[in-house]
Structure formats: C-alpha cells, structure tokens
Design a protein around this ligand. Structure first.
Ligand SMILES: C[S@@+](CC[C@H](N)C(=O)[O-])C[C@H]1O[C@@H](n2cnc3c(N)ncnc32)[C@H](O)[C@@H]1O
Length: 246
C-alpha cells in the first residue's frame, strides 16, 4: 500500500454530517463503552474518545491504524488490528461501523460472522449503528470521470485531482477505481469492490443474528428511507438477549 494514501484519505474525508450523526447516536448512551469496527484512520474514533466515551478502534488495515495512532488524543483509544473475530464478549454498549465499512464485507459468510461477533461483543440491549448505501439510489451511476471529478487540497497546500471510475457490476457487487493525479504527475489508483444490500436484506441478516432493528433512516437528517438525496440506509439495531443452549 502506497504511504501517500493515508494523507489523501484524511484530506478527502474531513468531519462530515455522517460523523455528526454517529457521534449524536453514541451520545444517547452517556460514557458508553464504544466499539468502532473498521475505524480506519480514526477520525470518528478520536472524536468519540474526546467526547468522554471509552473507545476501542478495530481495523484489519495496519497502515490506517498506524496513522490513527499518530494523531493527537490517540492514547485515549484502545487500537486493535483485526476484524470482528478479535472482539471480547459482552464488552460494549454501542458498536458503530461508519463510512460504509459493512459494504466492504462482501462475502455473505463474512457478513454473517461479523454480525454474530458484534452480537456477542455487545451487552444485551446494546446498540449497533451503521451505514450502507441504498442500492435504490444507484449511486454508482455517478462514478464516472465527469460526475465524480474533485479537487483534494492537502495540508501542504498542494492540490490533487481525483475521480472515480466504475469498472464492473456483477449482481449486487460494484467495482470501481479511485484515481488520484498528484502534482508531480504521478497517478495513484485505489481499486475497490462494494456489496450493495437492500433494506430487506439488512433487516433479514440482522434478525437472523439476534438483533432487533429500531429504525432505518435514508439520510443524515433522519429522513425516511428513499426520501433523501443522501441515498443511505442508516441502521440502528439493538442486541437481543443472549441465546442460551438448553
Ligand atoms: C471507507 S473506510 C472507513 C474508515 C472509517 N470508519 C471512517 O469513517 O473513516 C473502510 C474501513 O473498513 C475496514 N475494513 C474492511 N474490511 C473490514 C472487516 N472485515 N472488518 C473490519 N473492518 C474492515 C478497512 O480496512 C477500512 O479502514
């Protein structure tokens, strides 16, 4: 992984309405034990800790965690390299997965496993909050060089030209490449594939894993599904009581 991606990610993803939503959602439980699964470079993780929560950030990508650990306030957070498999039992009041982490968990077996681990890691009645892009909004139709072109200003004052190109659509998997044209003429490419799950698919998977869905919003101002240009499925679910074998 090119070391230049870390600063690019942070410059392209400053604090946003989504972060405000997740912070407010977590704040509904004062002084919560919070898990940020797929915490990346720690933008929200650090803000949650600064707000007085006891926060654990987990991510399988070491370079992102290293970038997070180097930021001011990082010593207030417990950082763990890994996936949901590393989580302890009944340790968290709230778990968040933000900036569409769940769409990076593509294989159905991994998704089922992740939800089962989250159910296990939350206390009974604990909350799971995450975002997933609504396939009905067809966001990928804007992933072309014209509609997605953007300028990213880096902290050193240089500007990077970026655009996103759709490369493949297969079933509910959408593949793309982010292109970054650096001031020195170098071009970085960051490919990815995301799974788009419908509201019904999310509901079913959560129910099977022992969660009760409390609400699903379509946008960051808590609009109903389909009523916002944000095109999101923002899920708030609650962990049910543990299933005890007879
Ligand atoms: C788009 S980034 C979002 C990072 C961060 N949540 C944010 O808001 O900036 C997606 C993150 O999900 C992580 N990720 C991918 N697969 C994962 C998995 N199975 N479990 C946990 N995190 C995962 C990636 O390493 C990456 O840091």
């Amino acid at each position: 992984m090119d070391q230049r991606f870390g600063p690019l990610y942070d410059a392209e993803n400053p604090w946003g309405r989504d972060d405000g939503f997740f912070l407010a959602a977590v704040d509904e439980t004062p002084a919560a034990r919070v898990l940020d699964l797929g915490c990346g470079t720690g933008r929200l993780t650090l803000a949650l800790a600064a707000a007085g929560h006891t926060v654990t950030g987990v991510d399988p990508h070491r370079a992102s965690l290293d970038a997070a650990r180097a930021k001011p306030g990082a010593d207030r957070v417990t950082w763990i390299e890994g996936t949901s498999a590393v989580l302890p039992d009944a340790a968290y009041d709230v778990a968040v997965l933000t900036s569409h982490v769940v769409q990076e968990i593509r294989a159905e077996a991994d998704w089922r496993r992740t939800l089962a681990d989250l159910r296990r890691a939350l206390v009974p009645g604990g909350r799971l909050v995450f975002d997933s892009r609504d396939p009905a909004a067809r966001r990928w139709e804007r992933w072309n060089a014209r509609d997605s072109r953007r300028r990213i200003a880096l902290p050193d004052g240089t500007v990077v030209q970026a655009w996103t190109e759709l490369t493949e659509m297969r079933d509910d998997l959408v593949s793309f490449v982010h292109h970054y044209l650096l001031p020195d003429g170098d071009e970085l490419r960051s490919p990815g594939t995301l799974r788009f799950r419908t509201e019904e698919e999310l509901q079913a998977a959560l129910g099977n894993a022992g969660f009760t869905v409390e609400r699903i919003h379509g946008g960051w101002d808590r609009e109903p599904v389909g009523a916002s240009d944000d095109g999101e499925l923002i899920v708030v679910a609650r962990a049910g009581a543990a299933i005890t074998p007879r």
